[in-house]
Design a protein around this ligand. Structure first.
Ligand code: F6R
Length: 243
């Protein structure tokens, strides 16, 4: 894994945007795997700026999001469909038919998961996958577990994740308990992965991912086995790496 330690959140976001922009320039019809949460907000801002300056064009890009909550109404402001629309999609020219987010309200969730993996394969696979990391080492919503879950699946969210994500909701009771998430195999099949981490609360997870045992109890540790991962983290998230 390549490790880039940068000064702060702004530098992390800018660096990540450069990776995505170069992917779009090299392959305008590329397939991007995208994440939500606080971490990539700055990345999306940078990409929107680059688009508005005419540096990149998303016309032929296809996007697949990592995950979505189960059971939130479709237009819920904390749903990832709203997140992606507000932070990114409404500002750039990715064709609406090429924006994919798992449907957490599908009548048959298992069939939805299977169809999602199939759609990724049919699009040619993910060229570049953006990841954040949970304090518990999760990637997507692959929570610490006894085994790696391979493909897109329904997951029960970890207590730590529910507490962390409560900041986006008016009360912790409103945080959904389940989500659909790309699996570890789906993520590992991406040709290139960039993982972003910012803030000291991520330091332990970043350390575990880079130097811990490869174990499903720290899902991000599986990335040690991927041939093309770049971790971009700010000084705070890298605190434990400097000792
Ligand atoms: C989001 C996702 C999650 C987040 C992680 C970090 O699509 O898959 O794995 O990347 O929970 O969240 P933030 O960035 O809010 O700290």
């Amino acid at each position: 894994m390549e490790l880039l330690i940068v000064n702060d959140y702004a530098a992390m976001s800018y660096k990540a945007a450069q990776f995505l922009a170069s992917q779009v320039i090299l392959k305008p019809e590329c397939v991007m795997g995208l994440a939500t949460g606080s971490t990539p907000e700055g990345l999306y801002k940078e990409l929107v700026k680059m688009y508005q300056m005419g540096l990149i064009d998303f016309e032929k890009v296809t996007a697949f999001n990592l995950d979505e909550y189960v059971g939130l109404e479709a237009e819920h402001p904390q749903g990832y469909k709203s997140y992606m629309y507000n932070h990114f999609f409404k500002h750039v020219n990715i064709d609406p038919t090429n924006r994919h987010i798992p449907d957490g309200n599908a009548a048959q969730l298992d069939a939805e998961c299977e169809a999602y993996d199939y759609a990724i394969k049919r699009a040619g696979g993910i060229d570049i996958q953006v990841l954040g990391i949970g304090r518990n080492g999760h990637i997507g919503f692959n929570e610490p577990d006894l085994k790696f879950e391979a493909e897109t699946h329904v997951v029960a969210l970890d207590e730590k994740t529910i507490r962390d994500n409560a900041r986006f909701f008016s009360a912790i009771e409103q945080v959904p308990r389940y989500a659909i998430s790309m699996g570890v195999k789906t993520i590992m099949q991406a040709r290139k992965i960039i993982l972003l981490a910012s803030g000291k609360e991520k330091a332990e997870a970043v350390y575990g991912m880079l130097y811990g045992d490869i174990t499903p109890t720290c899902p991000a540790s599986v990335l040690q086995l991927h041939p093309n991962v770049t971790v971009i983290c700010d000084f705070q998230a890298a605190t434990l790496l400097k000792k």
